[in-house]
Design a protein around this ligand. Structure first.
Ligand code: AMP
Ligand code: MG
Length: 426
């Protein structure tokens, strides 16, 4: 495990007082590593978990050539361009789940249902609605079909012995179905990540406390709880911790003993006269950053040890929007990496800006945006009102973050901008 100094030395031009957002992710990718330990879970319980090993298919899917339509199976080699084809209907039907028992003779066809195994020697299915049937004869009009049509091939979804799913993939509904389609009742997944969270600051009120002058209700605990829960981690809520050395020390030590990662909010800005930073420094190997970004800026990262256990620390700023933005931009990908995910980069989409956005090169800005479809069908995005870092309602209204990159300048109406959509994250 690398120390803060080792990672810093490995990064070109690292300056903790003016850190580009991109370098934050590079730093964190070196700081965190996937946790060890796996659980073997039933398919239903594996939803949202990260696959710990490749799933190799024990069978081919589908296991046989089968019909994609209700109709008549025949040997497509008999089709001639420009000519109809008349076939003799054989006795019996090929049902899904009950194969046709006979052997088709040349010139014969067999009635077949969707999903039924193709009778041997037959490779093409003409749908019911295409044919004319008279007594025991089936006539296929000219030029409606080609050899092999309406037949699903053995293994066209998956071949036995192939990796059906890769380690590091988060299991969604489609993956659950795929696992079940292979007949596998259980899958190995990475163990659940444990993340402890607490808010710091003397001015922070817990719900139920009487309001007093200068105090604000704690919202960060709730947004962080929501963000973490959406990721499928085990959240350890540690409440609001007063800005007192003893309380902070207990909180950090307890969190480090229980959790893989600790998230705090507040008390990390440059001008802070409180004890949070001092305690982080005392108990851990921690870097204090000023990130070239807006909103956000201050952030502490490192490791805190307690009783042989080590937890990664993410000390987020206090402002409610800054908390959510730094979480989405930096903490989420780092936690995903710890969870065993292999694809942690958020996917950005492009939308045309519906307004002018003023922006100075030299920092990354994350503006709250609402993406909609314009009259011409293209995606457009506009900002949600006041972009102040304490204006949490801007996050409620938005459906994504407009990412104005480090080197980027102002944006004119109609320019394309990158948007990090909230999707299931928020
Ligand atoms: P700080 O980073 O501690 O200087 O806090 C910056 C701003 O965020 C201050 O206005 C704090 O009152 C506010 N703040 C800090 N923590 C929270 C919290 N848990 N919930 C809501 N606002 C907070
Ligand atoms: Mg403070």
């Amino acid at each position: 495990m690398s120390s803060i100094d080792q990672i810093a030395a490995a990064l070109q031009g690292y300056d903790p007082k003016a850190l580009p957002a991109e370098q934050v992710n590079q730093f964190l990718a070196r700081l965190v590593e996937p946790v060890s330990g796996t659980d073997t879970l039933g398919v239903f319980d594996a939803l949202g978990r990260v696959l710990a090993e490749d799933v190799v298919s024990p069978i081919s899917v589908p296991p046989h050539d089968n019909s994609a339509m209700d109709g008549f199976a025949f040997d497509g080699g008999q089709l001639r361009a420009g000519e109809p084809l008349t076939l003799q209907l054989a006795e019996g039907t090929a049902f899904a789940g009950t194969a046709w028992a006979g052997t088709a003779q040349p010139g014969q066809c067999v009635k077949i249902m969707t999903g039924a195994i193709m009778p041997s020697g037959l490779d093409t299915v003409v749908p019911l609605e295409f044919v004319n049937i008279t007594a025991d004869q089936v006539t296929i009009p000219a030029n409606v079909l080609q050899q092999g049509d309406n037949r699903r091939l053995l293994g066209e979804d998956l071949m036995a012995g192939q990796a059906a799913l890769r380690r590091g993939q988060t299991l969604g509904p489609a993956a659950l179905g795929l696992i079940a389609s292979l007949g596998l009742p259980q899958v190995p997944v990475c163990r659940r990540l444990k993340v402890a969270y607490f808010s710091t600051g003397d001015e922070i009120l817990s719900l139920g406390e009487t309001p007093r002058e200068g105090a604000v209700y704690d919202s960060n605990r709730y947004t962080v709880f929501g963000l973490l829960t959406r990721m499928g981690v085990e959240v350890i809520d540690m409440g609001v911790v007063k800005d007192e050395p003893a309380a902070l020390e207990t909180a950090f030590r307890t969190a480090a003993a229980k959790a893989d990662a600790i998230i705090t909010s507040g008390g990390v800005s440059m001008g802070e006269a409180d004890h949070t930073k001092a305690m982080m420094k005392q108990l851990g190997d921690v870097a204090f950053w000023r990130i070239a970004m807006r909103p956000g800026r201050p952030m502490a990262v490192g490791k805190i040890e307690q009783g042989g256990q080590s937890a990664v620390l993410f000390g987020l700023p206090g402002n409610p929007v800054a908390v959510m933005v730094t979480f989405l931009a930096f903490v989420r990908p780092a936690l995903q990496r710890m969870m065993g995910c292999t694809a942690c980069e958020p996917v950005l989409l492009k939308a045309h800006s519906a307004e002018t956005l003023r922006k100075k090169p030299g920092r990354t800005e994350y503006q709250r945006g609402t993406v909609t479809r314009a009259a011409d069908g293209a995606l457009q995005v506009r900002t949600t009102g006041n972009q102040g870092s304490g204006v949490l309602s801007s996050m409620v209204q938005a459906n994504g973050l407009i990412v104005l990159h480090h080197g980027q300048g102002s944006v004119a109406v109609g320019d394309e901008v990158d948007v990090m959509m909230f999707d299931g994250a928020i």
